[in-house]
Design a protein around this ligand. Structure first.
Ligand code: AGP
Length: 613
């Protein structure tokens, strides 16, 4: 959460920073700001609201007087202090010589603030961030340079941070530091950039350096020097960005979310490509090979994640237990880390994360590792922290996901879990013949998804019908219980309609009290082994006048008698079903949000990557 960008080079910094902020806006959009260093002066512009508000502010002010070639910019997801102009970053010191932007939380800011105020600092905002810039100001008094002062200040800080610091006294430098919040350096010709993620850099360079926790870097136009906070020098490896500019643009779609929904036939194909071995009825996953024996002999698998990734984890439990016959537990990462979980060296912990930066999932990873378990990542963003800290891992290869509501990452996560299941199951007794049937089903999923996407107009008409309701219930059973949970999350995230996902049969143990003629109920009801049971649950809703929308198979001729609306999906093997069956739920949430004039790609209060606890 919060997007950070800095530039030092020969070009004008402001347009580069504003463009970068626009690319990073999905990380937070409560306020935005820039600081430019122009020789001996600091020019700061900041404004509550989206980056467009900042651009207007700068335009209305006639623009900055300078053509500064060094600057930093920030787009905020508020933690401490409401999202107003004053609390927007950058923050500066008493003398307005040092400016700082920050992503994270300074946990001991109250005690630092008391001390600094006692020392005469005048702290203007209630943010944790402003305290840090005054602490650096204090350290500058006792240090040779800004680089040293920042390192010394950070030794007194508890919490998480990705920071950029500039000073009018050293106007050719950006100092950056990372602990818990990601930062990537872009290496150009006579210029350096630094940002929260590579999407803000790809316009300028494909050469990047990923910063690690505990590192501090000094960037100038022609050099970068990396040290630990304890002053040891580190040699960093320059890596190549793996995605293209086109992948992070809207490509003619009205919203990133819609583009990403429509990309799913391709993104799922990419997840399976080169891995699914249809002829042998198995999968080959190079990233899993170093730990394959440990996974096959695991006492149990624990899968931990947050949000949508947690729903994918739950879908994984159903298939892994059924087919590979390994006990699987699924845990919210935020719960896992704080309950001193019983984890043994013969357990394998899978971490699922689109961004690879989610603070709770990262903390769960470290907890599991500290307890001696083997840790395996299922991650989308290449080079992200979770991907780098796990013992082994499988990238989902969904491509950059910009829409705050996760769509293509979810289906690719389940596609990868399906591959892992197939691989483990074949090692643990599933016959080649059975494996071939499953592999063929998996291979057919991208074209089934294409079929479902053709229902978009029909789903939009359903959304029009229901756009004024206040509540929704999503019900599914077995492997489609996670589908129901994900459908409900998508709706509440982007349309602000209260929605709950439930196992269909659990409805009669409580939620049935909610059913009346105003309650729409979405049933995920494919023709599987428990179809008849779900149909009984539908009867119970209908008897109480609930309005039913059914996600049902194309050859289900009876369902129309029970449901007011039917959205058709092709038949898919039970455990892989959530991939196909979640597509209409993504479209329903999308069309509902558009019909309600909600901001689809930047829903209120949310941010794409949750890097604070
Ligand atoms: C999904 O629509 C959400 N934005 C959110 O639940 C997300 O899945 C969660 O924050 C986990 O993110 P991650 O996959 O990047 O770890």
């Amino acid at each position: 959460m919060c997007g950070i960008i800095g530039y030092v080079g020969r070009k004008k910094a402001l347009p580069i920073i504003l463009d970068g902020l626009q690319r990073l806006e999905y990380r937070g959009y409560d306020s935005a700001g820039v600081a430019l260093v122009n020789g001996g002066s600091l020019e700061v512009f900041k404004k509550a609201g989206k980056v467009s508000e900042l651009v207007s502010l700068i335009g209305d002010s006639g623009g900055p007087p300078s053509g500064a070639t060094l600057g930093i910019g920030h787009t905020r997801w508020a933690t401490h202090g409401e999202p107003n102009d004053q609390n927007a970053h950058p923050h500066w010191d008493c003398g307005k010589e040092i400016a700082l932007i920050h992503n994270g939380i300074i946990e001991n800011y109250s005690s630092l603030k008391r001390k600094l105020e006692a020392d005469g600092h005048s702290i203007r905002t209630v943010t944790d961030t402003e305290v840090l810039v005054h602490l650096i100001e204090e350290m500058v008094k006792h240090s040779d340079d800004l680089f040293t002062a920042v390192r010394k200040a950070l030794l007194e800080v508890e919490g998480a941070y990705g920071i950029l610091v500039v000073s009018t006294r050293e106007p050719d430098k950006i100092i950056a530091a990372r602990k818990g919040s990601p930062l990537v350096i872009g290496v150009g010709k006579d210029e350096h950039l630094i940002a929260s993620d590579a999407s803000a850099l790809v316009d300028h360079t494909r050469h990047v350096v990923y910063m690690e926790d505990g590192e501090v870097v000094c960037l100038t136009a022609g050099s970068f020097l990396t040290k630990t906070v304890h002053d040891e020098e580190i040699i960093k490896e320059v890596e190549e960005i793996t995605f293209s500019l086109a992948q992070i643009e809207k490509g003619g779609f009205e919203h990133f979310m819609l583009k990403e929904i429509h990309e799913q036939p391709e993104s799922i194909r990419n997840s399976l490509r080169g891995r699914l071995q249809a002829g042998q009825g198995t999968a080959k996953l190079g990233g899993l090979e170093p730990v394959l024996d440990r996974v096959l002999n695991a006492r149990r698998i624990i899968i931990t994640a947050c949000g949508t990734s947690w729903h994918a984890a739950l879908a994984g439990k159903y298939m892994l237990e059924q087919l590979a016959r390994i006990p699987v537990e699924v845990d919210y990462a935020s719960e896992f880390r704080y309950r001193n979980p019983i984890v043994n060296p013969d357990d394998v912990v899978f971490l699922i994360s689109q961004s690879g930066e989610t603070a709770d999932t990262l903390a769960a990873l470290r907890e599991a590792k500290a307890k001696g378990a083997t840790v395996v990542g299922i991650v989308n963003v290449v080079g992200s922290t979770i991907a780098r800290e796990t013992d082994a891992g499988v990238y989902i290869h969904a491509g950059p996901e910009i829409g705050v509501a996760s769509t293509k990452a979810f289906t690719s996560q389940i596609a990868v879990l399906s591959l892992i299941t197939l691989l483990l199951a074949r090692h643990r007794g599933l016959s080649m013949e059975q494996g071939r049937i499953l592999a063929a089903d998996l291979a057919s999923i991208p074209s089934k998804v294409t079929d479902v996407l053709r229902s978009s107009a029909h789903i939009r008409s359903i959304a029009e019908e229901f756009k004024h309701v206040s509540n929704f219930l999503y019900l599914g059973r077995g492997s489609n219980f996670p589908t129901a949970l994900e459908g409900a999350l998508k709706l509440k995230e982007i349309s602000y309609i209260h929605a709950e996902g439930y196992p269909a049969a659990e409805m009669k143990h409580g939620p049935i009290a909610l059913i009346d003629e105003d309650m729409p109920v979405v049933f995920v009801v494919p023709k599987d082994a428990i179809y008849d049971k779900v149909v009984s649950n539908m009867q119970e809703v209908r008897a109480r006048k609930g309005r039913i929308i059914a996600i049902a198979n194309e050859d289900d001729t009876d369902i129309g008698e029970l449901a007011e609306y039917v959205i058709r999906v092709p038949r898919t093997y039970n455990y892989f079903g959530p991939i196909v069956n979640s597509i209409p739920l993504q479209l329903l949430a999308y069309h509902m949000a558009v019909a309600r004039h909600c901001d689809v790609d930047q829903p209120r209060n949310l941010a794409k990557s949750v890097t604070v606890e």
